[in-house]
Write a protein that binds this ligand. Structure first.
Ligand SMILES: NC(=O)c1ccc[n+]([C@@H]2O[C@H](COP(=O)([O-])OP(=O)(O)OC[C@H]3O[C@@H](n4cnc5c(N)ncnc54)[C@H](OP(=O)(O)O)[C@@H]3O)[C@@H](O)[C@H]2O)c1
Length: 245
């Protein structure tokens, strides 16, 4: 399939329930945190349009997968052309490339900037007029956003997300659309095993365990729920103590 083509998986819920269910656009839904967010939302009765290069497996409810390479910025509007209303946009897609100063790769830095930052601008910018008043935007950042040895380029792209979120939150505040960042610490996903970040192996947080992707998904779900309607422009760090000290 090419960008914009899609397949739909529907479960047992009624057509009426599907039409009234809130709808989220989730990137990175094929793996790790994005997959956990997708499963969490589907389980809570949301419809999800999932963007990724690899297919997103059917979860038994209203899931619509669109194949999309988010590094191809020009293809993003077509990928979401079928979305008429997005009650929430969750950008979880990402990659990590690691190197220390003196050995930085411009190509790696550009690749991370495209998927983390530029794709966010195009995706949210394309959809914002389809986000109703009171809608939600959540960007998955990283607790490394304040700077970590060996991850400067990655950290810089994640710091940029906080700047985008805070700026957009101010622009959208009268529409009651909230924009926030969830910044995880080391989370137990395939990203931790990626050979491309081998120079910075994950360190177990002070709590003595990696973070479960479901915990991050729970935080995202909270930000999409009614109790978080007054939280905007903020970064919530979920790090099991990794950012302390
Ligand atoms: N795991 C951690 O410890 C940790 C900590 C802090 C922050 N994060 C952040 O959390 C987010 C999710 O990471 P993860 O740990 O869940 O990693 P993961 O399991 O490796 O999943 C990465 C996701 O990003 C998608 N993606 C990457 N490049 C893409 C592209 N060019 N186009 C479309 N989709 C793309 C992948 O989809 P396809 O390959 O199918 O396209 C996949 O669904 C990332 O933004 C990451 O920076 C992770």
């Amino acid at each position: 399939m090419t960008a914009g083509e899609s397949c739909t998986h529907r479960g047992g819920e009624s057509a009426a329930a599907r039409e009234t269910a809130p709808h989220a656009v989730v990137t990175g839904a094929s793996s790790g945190i994005g997959r956990a967010v997708t499963e969490r939302l589907l389980g809570a009765g949301w419809r999800v349009t999932a963007l990724s290069r690899r297919p997103v497996e059917p979860a038994g409810t209203a899931l619509h997968w669109v194949e999309a390479d988010l590094a191809d910025l020009d293809a993003i509007p077509a990928a979401v052309a079928g979305v008429t209303r997005a009650d929430a946009v969750v950008h979880a897609a990402g990659l990590q490339r690691s190197a220390r100063l003196g050995a930085l790769s411009t190509a790696d830095g550009t690749a991370m900037w495209r998927v983390h930052v530029a794709a966010t601008e195009v995706l949210v910018g394309t959809l914002i007029d389809r986000v109703p008043d009171g809608g939600r935007v959540v960007l998955v950042g990283s607790r490394t956003m304040t700077g970590v040895p060996g991850k400067s380029q990655y950290a810089a792209t994640k710091a940029a997300l906080a700047a985008l979120a805070r700026s957009w939150a101010a622009e959208l505040v009268t529409r009651r659309v909230t924009v926030n960042v969830v910044a995880p610490g080391p989370t137990d996903t395939p990203m931790l095993q990626d050979p491309a970040r081998a120079t910075t192996p994950p360190r177990v947080p002070p709590m003595g365990r990696l973070i479960d992707p479901a915990e991050v998904a729970g935080t995202v779900a909270f930000l999409l729920g009614p109790d978080a309607r007054s939280i905007t422009g903020q970064t919530l760090v979920v790090c099991a103590g990794a950012s302390l000290g």
